[in-house]
Design a binder for this molecule. Structure first.
Ligand code: NAD
Length: 490
């Protein structure tokens, strides 16, 4: 494959600094992880998972049928009733601490595998995804023996069996967001990773065996939409935790309406990153870049709309273009790479379709001069100016490295434009004035509002959406509530 990241426009040339692929053993095929064992699918069905940076097939992965999902749910039910539910919180905590420690010990292996299966730069999987996943297990281990002090009643009880379905953009981190609070509260789990990124979930299953987690407490069923649908519609599931697109989230909400199932839905976003004329411009530019080009923009809370105060718009866009010219696009395994591969050809097609619509609707498109590798799925960082609120690129989630720039004159106009979306996951405010930050944060209909920073995650901090970005909170003390009967007010 092409291994050289583009350095067009950069003042420096970097020598390639590839991470070693040899730190992880990838098997040629993987089974489902049910009741502590790896087993083939009941009909022997399987699918391929591919490295999006090279199109190389990494492994053949079992595709769970309805029968397999039923087996996994039954294993989870048995484990919940006989082992995990009755176990004192301080004992559950020991397992969670052990999982956290093992994740930290095996972090390089997980980071390399995540990058190979997802396409994100190794720097991100190494410095963000894996350490934050381990931190979630550490954090929730601390809650396991203190649930009666969490504010959800004197004796909060688990729901039972949690069905968890996750997307491909943060495969291991989303797994940690889901599994850590579920286990801390005494629930057992059946988790389905996304079909394009199943490998770190399967490596995690291996880690669970190393941690000697009792069989059936966590089960991993791999597969695509049919497997996910069988899982959320299984009659013996008590709680559903879904992270993914808004259309699939709506469909799940319809399917479980009228059942006893509780659900949290973490869905799409179209965040506004709002820059005032008194903002520290250099920091704001780094925050904008981190907000939308981090993880190739494949982030639900990505700052995909830049709202900039009119008086500084021209200067800010010029400086942003210079900064984009220094981004290194290419081999995700190279430690110097800033922007990696797009996860799948389907996602690349969606980004291409929406950006073409941006041009057709009259916005001005710009990308730095960068050479993309010849194999794999790639999209150059792209900036649109002259965008109006009616354009599709200002309204629809692109989920790619594409930024739409709009302008405003007053704080009230910034709020009106930022809130002019069906989504409400996150927002950013860049200004020197503390009072303005507080006023804006109060007005913005978004679950997370960052000020003078963007895309920062902490296990102690709740995360979740308003409006069509979903309901329920993950992370922090709030993230315990959806897994507890007394706390399940969602
Ligand atoms: P997706 O909705 O297509 O798929 C998500 C998961 O749901 C996958 O595992 C998929 O196999 C499964 N699935 C698909 N159809 C299903 C069905 N009918 N029933 C049950 N499961 C089904 O989303 P995606 O393309 O994998 O991920 C991108 C989306 O996820 C974006 O919209 C992004 O904003 C969102 N996301 C949200 C958050 C958040 O915290 N709010 C975090 C990450 C990603």
């Amino acid at each position: 494959m092409t291994t050289t990241a583009s350095t067009a426009g950069s003042p420096f040339e970097y020598a390639p600094a590839p991470e070693s692929r040899a730190v992880v053993d990838i098997a040629s095929s993987y089974g489902l992880f049910i009741d502590g064992e790896f087993t083939p699918a009941s009909d022997s069905g399987s699918f391929k998972t591919v490295n999006p940076a090279t199109e190389e097939v990494l492994a053949e992965v079992a595709e769970a049928t309805e029968e397999d999902v039923d087996r996994a749910v039954r294993a989870a039910r048995r484990a919940q009733e006989k082992v995990w539910g009755p176990m004192p919180g301080r004992e559950r905590a020991k397992y969670l601490f052990r999982i956290a420690r093992l994740l930290a010990e095996r972090s390089r292996e997980f980071a390399v595998l995540e990058t190979l299966d997802n396409g994100k730069p190794i720097r991100e999987s190494r410095d963000v995804d894996v350490p934050t996943a381990a931190a979630h297990f550490f954090y929730y281990a601390g809650w396991a023996d203190k649930l009666e002090h969490a504010g959800y009643g004197p004796d909060p009880r688990p729901h039972g069996v949690a069905a968890q379905v996750i997307p491909w953009n943060f495969p291991l981190l989303m797994l940690a967001w889901k599994i850590a609070p579920a286990l801390a509260t005494g629930n057992t789990v059946v988790l389905k990773p996304a079909e394009t990124t199943p490998l770190t979930a399967l490596l995690f299953a291996d880690l669970l065996r190393q941690a000697e987690l009792p069989p059936g407490v966590v089960n991993i069923v791999t597969g695509a939409r049919a497997t996910g649908s069988a899982l959320v519609n299984h009659p013996d599931v008590d709680k559903i935790a879904f992270t993914g697109s808004t259309p699939v989230g709506k469909r799940i909400a319809q399917e479980i309406a009228g059942t006893r199932k509780h659900a949290t839905l973490e869905l799409g976003g179209k965040a506004a990153n709002i820059v005032f004329d008194d903002a520290p411009i250099d920091q704001a530019i780094e925050g904008i870049v981190n907000g939308i080009f981090f993880n190739q923009g494949q982030v639900c809370c990505a700052g995909s709309r830049l709202l900039v105060q009119e008086s500084i718009a021209e200067e800010l866009v010029d400086r942003l273009k210079s900064r984009l010219g220094t981004l290194r696009v290419g081999d995700p395994m190279d430690k110097n790479t800033d922007v990696g591969a797009i996860n799948s050809p389907q996602q690349l097609a969606r980004i291409t379709e929406l950006t073409d619509a941006g041009t057709a609707e009259g916005a001005t498109r710009w990308s730095p001069d960068c050479e993309l590798p010849s194999s794999g799925y790639w999209f150059a960082p792209t900036l649109f100016t002259g965008v109006s609120a009616a354009h599709r690129i200002a309204r629809e989630e692109i989920f790619g490295p594409v930024l739409s720039v709009l302008t405003f004159r007053t704080p009230a106009e910034a709020v009106a434009k930022a809130n002019n979306t069906p989504y409400g996951l996150s927002a950013g405010i860049w200004t020197e004035k503390g009072s303005r930050i507080l006023w804006m944060a109060d007005q913005l209909r978004a679950g997370v509002v960052w000020s003078n920073t963007f895309n920062r995650f902490d296990p102690a901090s709740p995360f979740g959406g308003y409006k069509e970005s979903g309901y329920g909170r993950e992370g922090g003390r709030h993230g315990l509530a959806p897994y507890l009967i007394e706390g399940s007010t969602y």
